[in-house]
Design a protein around this ligand. Structure first.
Ligand SMILES: [Zn+2]
Ligand SMILES: [Zn+2]
Length: 337
């Protein structure tokens, strides 16, 4: 086979359009991946709708990629054809800049941007990826089931394990959606006293079935006060896409509590008195690098954590994207290739 199919964004705004391209050869320190599944993430709107500046079109979105290595570039070591792998938002790193050398390769100065934004991603039959971006996938994990773990999964998993909370601490997962339904499972399995917070009661039974020990309806209650009534949160994982909702729950931070912000919501207002009285903080969290994805995938396999997905064929990528954007999907949308 010498050709591949991609669903590309021809110009800002779309629509996602099928293109046949020559199968590319991987460059130095790159592998080519034969894709099995790719999740459709809210951040793909950056590419499809042109929300980020400086995107070169046509561009193939997709950063929740699962597949098998089918070709190696020159000088590639440690990876072999046939390995099951995943690629997330992290586009890889140079491994020689100052940030990389100090262990902060997520903030590499030379390899910037993101998979499916600054380079072609996984809405395709094949893609190229830097080896530094690639994660090994446990063989037991199903491709479609695990694709969303490469972004929604790793982001919540990594924020939780870096929040400073320890087993038994009260942790709130704010928002029971694509990210939150995974965050609840991770938090419960990590041993936190897990509180799900969402508007209304519709998702309470589901949240409890995923492991939440408590549930707060943020329409009927002041979510911050309700968390304080439970003792105050050591960590709040903010998965909502609304800055006001984050502001409202920040009052629920306990002593040394941390609100982990994992989604871009623009300007965020937090009461300084709330922070200083409790030595609380608000912290941004970049999802993670390839090895973080590997940890998230291994943990998901060990603890049987899965994403709940709606599945579309690759050719219907635009429908899949629209469904994701509607906010009505339960809970992630995945392209099966
Ligand atoms: Zn994403
Ligand atoms: Zn670097």
């Amino acid at each position: 086979m010498t050709k591949m199919t991609v669903m590309a964004v021809p110009e800002k705004g779309g629509p996602l359009t099928a293109e046949t391209r020559d199968l590319p050869d991987p460059g130095r320190n790159e592998v080519r991946i034969k894709i099995q599944a790719c999740g459709v993430c809210h951040s793909d709107a950056a590419t499809v709708l042109g929300l980020f500046p400086d995107i070169t079109y046509p561009r193939v979105p997709g950063h929740e990629v699962v597949g098998v290595i089918d070709a190696l570039g020159p000088d590639v070591q440690g990876w072999t054809v046939g390995m099951r792998v995943g690629v997330g938002w992290f586009p890889g790193a140079c491994e020689y800049c100052d940030n990389c050398r100090r262990g902060h390769s997520f903030a590499c100065k030379n390899v910037t941007g993101a998979t499916g934004v600054s380079r072609d991603g996984g809405y395709a039959t094949h893609m190229l990826a830097r080896t530094s971006a690639v994660a090994r996938l446990p063989y037991a994990l199903d491709a479609v089931e695990s694709a969303p773990l490469l972004c929604a999964g790793i982001t919540t998993f990594n924020a939780l394990r870096n929040s400073g909370a320890t087993p038994g601490d009260l942790v709130a997962v704010h928002g029971v959606g694509g990210l939150g339904h995974l965050g609840i499972q991770y938090a419960a399995k990590m041993g936190f006293r897990t509180v799900a917070v969402n508007r209304g009661r519709d998702k309470e039974a589901l949240a409890r079935s995923l492991g939440a020990h408590d549930y707060i309806d943020s329409d009927a209650n002041d979510a911050g006060q309700a968390l304080m009534d439970l003792g105050g949160a050591k960590a709040i994982i903010a998965t909502v896409t609304n800055a006001q909702a984050m502001e409202a729950i920040s009052g629920g931070l306990g002593i040394n509590g941390v609100m982990m912000v994992i989604g871009a919501v623009g300007a965020l207002t937090v009461d300084s008195l709330t922070l200083l009285r409790k030595r609380a903080s608000v912290k941004g969290w970049y999802s993670g690098i390839g090895s973080d994805s590997e940890d998230a995938l291994a943990f998901s396999e060990q603890h049987n954590i899965r994403s709940m997905n709606e599945i579309y064929p690759l050719a219907q990528a635009q429908d899949a994207f629209n469904r994701m954007l509607s906010g009505k999907a339960r809970f992630r949308v995945v392209l099966k290739v």
